[in-house]
Design a protein around this ligand. Structure first.
Ligand SMILES: Nc1ncnc2c1ncn2[C@@H]1O[C@H](COP(=O)(O)OP(=O)(O)OP(=O)(O)O)[C@@H](O)[C@H]1O
Ligand SMILES: [Mg+2]
Length: 314
């Protein structure tokens, strides 16, 4: 597609006999905020590293900014910004010195540099800290600076690999305002995260698990697909016995533990809540609550991951 910022077809990466990324295909439109979600070890960073030309694919193909990831990685590097999971700022340099350093690496012209520097300081709200030593900044401020450095050369596409890992919710929120600001300039953003609240900020999401893509679509789309049934929250004791009883009953589509409760998916039909009560009562389980709830992204992802596990086992 001419308007795609990223296209990936059957992208695969093996490390020895282990397949870290397994025939993954998707496209990212220009200007989109694309969220790449998955648990630890799912293959998120490996995918990003192939797209950024840091490692080679073992199979499949892909383009970034309409350039081939196998043969044009040097040109790709000029058009992208990349904030790695362990982003590297120089702790013994000041904020300004880090910006100047990355401007040098990315070949920002001396004419353009002052304007870019001002833009980054303003966007990241780092004006008052421009002469602070980077090592003395809090993690949240370092992340803002790292993002600024990653866009100093005005890339078309920005790759962010878990940019907000380990920061508090308030800093995360303000970091996302920054991402919106960058996206508002027309930059395509490809971001990996574990956080469901962050996933809700993305235009579209891909869920990767054990190297395989298991879902792709907007948050609303994924929820709608999932909720082609009724989701009930069940508070019952003992919870694991309740789960077994429900899983054994016919017509119960899915059961997952959420905190102290169970989330149960059943086909939409009248009397569904009473049916769940009867299943539990006949298993002599004490019920304190059964009520319909709106699915969260976490419900969707837990269900998809469990389904993938069942397929792998079966
Ligand atoms: N250079 C490598 N050599 C061998 N195995 C690797 C290498 N890089 C990654 N892996 C393995 O590939 C799998 C996917 O790793 P990857 O870093 O892509 O996961 P991730 O989704 O980014 O996880 P996290 O959320 O922990 O960052 C993991 O099992 C990892 O151990
Ligand atoms: Mg990673």
């Amino acid at each position: 597609m001419p308007d795609s910022a990223v296209t990936v077809k059957d992208l695969t990466r093996r490390f020895g006999s282990f397949t870290a990324v397994d025939r993954v295909s998707f496209e990212v439109s220009r200007g989109e905020i694309f969220g790449f979600l998955g648990p630890n070890g799912a293959g998120k960073s490996t995918t990003i590293r192939m797209l950024c030309g840091i490692i080679e694919p073992s199979g499949g193909s892909g383009t970034v900014a309409r350039l081939d990831i196998r043969t044009q990685s040097e040109q790709i590097k000029e058009r992208i910004g990349y904030m790695s999971q362990k982003f590297s700022l120089y702790e013994d340099l000041t904020v300004i010195e880090n910006i100047a350093f990355y401007a040098g690496i990315y070949g920002v012209s001396p004419e353009r540099y002052p304007e870019r520097k001002e833009w980054i300081l303003r966007m990241a709200n780092l004006e008052a800290r421009q002469d602070s030593l980077t090592g003395e900044l809090s993690t949240g401020w370092k992340q803002r600076l790292a993002l600024g450095c990653a866009v100093v050369h005005e890339p078309e596409i920005l790759f962010l690999d878990e940019p907000t890992a380990g920061v508090d919710p308030v800093s995360r929120r303000s970091f996302w305002e920054l991402i919106y600001e960058v996206a508002g300039q027309g930059v395509t953003v490809f971001v990996t995260t574990h956080y469901m609240d962050e996933a809700e900020h993305c235009d579209r999401l891909a869920l990767i698990y054990r190297g395989r893509l298991i879902a792709l679509g907007s948050s609303a789309r994924l929820k709608a697909d999932y909720a082609s049934g009724l989701l009930l929250e069940v508070a019952a004791e003992p919870v694991m016995e309740a789960m077994d009883a429900l899983l054994a009953a016919t017509g119960v589509r899915d059961v997952a533990v959420f905190g102290k409760n169970l989330h149960v998916v059943i086909p939409e039909e009248s009397g569904a809540e009473n049916r769940i009560r009867r299943i539990l009562e006949s298993a002599r389980i004490s019920i304190s609550r059964v009520e319909p709830i709106v699915p969260s992204l976490e419900d969707v992802f837990v269900a998809l991951v469990e389904e993938a596990d069942r397929r792998a086992e079966g």
